[in-house]
Design a protein around this ligand. Structure first.
Ligand SMILES: *[C@@H]1O[C@H](CO)[C@@H](O)[C@H](O)[C@H]1NC(C)=O
Ligand SMILES: *[C@@H]1O[C@H](CO)[C@@H](O)[C@H](O)[C@H]1NC(C)=O
Ligand SMILES: *[C@@H]1O[C@H](CO)[C@@H](O)[C@H](O)[C@H]1NC(C)=O
Ligand SMILES: [Zn+2]
Length: 403
């Protein structure tokens, strides 16, 4: 199915007709048919109130007549959710359920990309739906670009939990979700992520078949800004293989298109582990960006906010300052790029790559740092949630100005 940009008016129209009808959009009917959400979606239909959603009826009918309705997974246990890491299917279920539990706040946006192995890249948008406007600012947060960085996934899940559960309770969160919309892409490399569960815990790339038994493109070297300008490999076997050309990978292409279809992204964060860094442009050159002062201020302040929560020390830096090599084709440069800005009504976004816990010292030579002990997942979520509260609030008041 072609991705339809969800304008505010469209969303409000949907909300009026049926607040959950959006869930009927995925084309992957078979797997949606196994969602318990559909039980509640079906009720109005069964009571004859579904006339206005006629164009969704065939999907609903298929779902209702599906053979596997007996195999519906149980609702995920939200109370126990952060006591373990979860597979892609369960994470997707968590977000579908969140959208069902918080219909006034959360919209599930399906089918942003389909991976080589047929998995879906999706997003959720979190914001008070009663406060939509054409220029409502947006903030973008993405996770699991690198498969083995599981704690980025839990952090995205935690952020979604944090903002939804505190709406109407915390005055800061309520204000934020009225003023802005938070777009979360919780699992942007599901093929790689599943491979890191099944075959190689330290897998980083996606699962493109490069031939000769070699797999994977480093998605964070595939973004179409200064692609291949150094700091990425042309060797398909390398961990930082940039792909055959810029934007060649479905996961990247889908997100580039989705980003471009948004109204006004003021800031974007790409979550990684691990090193306790808050990195800003630029990666492809040692030169500072024109907005170096603004982005340094926000990065430095986020580091202070994080320290205030659990005393963790994050370092705020330009990407190239901490990397002895250049890094080109990475997300942190693309979010800030001319291409992203021009699609975004000329508005340039504050752009960061976070390297979450643990610090390099705590990582025993690097590898073990990708395996964050489960009891650190919530404290990590809490410190990043505090940083994101500050981030959204600040950049809504101080969007980057054209230079
Ligand atoms: C959910 O998890 C909590 C915490 O582990 C547990 O106490 C509770 O029994 C679980 N609920 C269900 C329905 O399994
Ligand atoms: C709310 O936000 C302000 C900054 O705008 C911050 O100083 C304060 O600590 C926040 N309150 C809570 C409860 O997080
Ligand atoms: C980057 O620029 C700084 C000065 O701004 C310089 O000290 C540093 O050596 C440069 N790094 C590289 C790798 O060129
Ligand atoms: Zn990474």
């Amino acid at each position: 199915m072609r991705l339809m940009p969800l304008t505010a008016a469209f969303l409000l129209a949907l909300a009026a007709a049926s607040p959950v009808v959006v869930f009927n959009k995925p084309t992957k009917v078979a797997s949606d048919a196994s969602s318990p959400l559909l039980l509640s979606i079906h009720k109005p239909q069964a009571q004859g109130q579904g006339q206005s959603q006629g164009h969704f009826a065939p999907v609903v009918a298929l779902e209702e007549s599906g053979d596997d309705h007996k195999k519906r997974p149980p609702r995920v246990n939200v109370t126990a959710w952060f006591e373990s890491y979860h597979r892609s299917d369960d994470i997707r279920q968590y977000f579908l359920q969140l959208a069902d539990d918080y219909r006034d706040l959360v919209t599930f946006v399906p089918q942003l990309a389909r991976t080589y192995e047929g998995r879906e890249v999706y997003a959720v948008k979190i914001g008070a739906k009663g406060c939509e406007s054409r220029d409502k600012p947006q903030v973008w947060i993405q996770a699991l670009q690198h498969a083995r960085e599981w704690a980025t996934g839990t952090t995205a899940q935690y952020l979604a939990h944090h903002f939804t559960s505190r709406y109407g309770k915390s005055s800061n969160v309520t204000k934020i979700l009225r003023a802005a919309e938070i777009i979360i892409i919780p699992n942007m490399n599901p093929d790689g992520y599943e491979f890191s569960w099944d075959a190689d815990r330290l897998w980083r790339k996606n699962r493109r078949n490069n031939g000769n038994g070699i797999y994977g493109v480093d998605l964070n070297r595939n973004w179409p800004d200064h692609w291949g300008n150094g700091g990425s490999s042309t060797d398909p076997d390398a961990e930082d293989y940039g792909g055959p050309h810029a934007n060649s990978e479905p996961e990247v292409r889908g997100l580039v298109n989705f980003f471009k279809s948004q109204r006004r992204v003021l800031g974007a964060v790409d979550l990684h582990t691990h090193a306790q860094l808050i990195l800003r442009p630029q990666g492809y050159t040692n030169a500072s960006s024109p907005h170096e002062a603004e982005m340094k201020h926000v990065g430095d302040t986020m580091a202070q906010v994080i320290k205030g929560v659990h005393e963790m020390e994050y370092t705020s830096a330009r990407l190239h300052e901490v990397s002895p090599l250049l890094t080109s084709g990475s997300t942190v440069d693309w979010f800030y790029s001319d291409q992203a800005a021009s699609a975004n009504g000329g508005q340039r976004a504050y752009s960061y790559a976070f390297e979450l816990r643990p610090s390099p010292e705590g990582s025993e030579g690097g590898k073990i740092g990708f395996i964050l002990p489960i009891e650190e997942v919530v404290p990590l979520g809490e410190e990043i949630a505090a940083a994101m509260e500050y981030f959204v609030e600040y950049i809504v008041k101080n969007p980057l100005k054209e230079k």
